[in-house]
Design a protein. Structure first.
Length: 85
């Protein structure tokens, strides 16, 4: 929970090229990066060494059908990118 400010929250962005941020520069204005900045600015953690994190697993050409087919791969990739604690 963001408002508790005790433990970091990990959010996941999934979708197509828009969610991926295709053609958007600089990276800091892409959806995932903006969400991560907002989470950390609005709900800073008590432990300043910890930060909320947004993992962007979006991909080009990802419509509902292709996302459904890729869920197992997506989950495996996501599991390897989750912070440990």
């Amino acid at each position: 929970k963001l408002s508790s400010r005790e433990r970091p929250v990990v959010a996941v962005v999934a979708g197509g090229s828009i969610s991926l941020g295709h053609g958007v520069t600089p990276d800091s204005v892409r959806y995932a990066e903006r969400l991560q900045t907002w989470m950390n600015d609005m709900f800073p953690l008590e432990d300043k060494n910890n930060k909320h994190q947004v993992i962007n697993v979006a991909a080009h050409g990802a419509d509902m059908c292709s996302m459904g087919k890729r869920l197992n791969i997506l989950y495996s990739d996501l599991s390897s990118r989750m912070p440990t604690s």
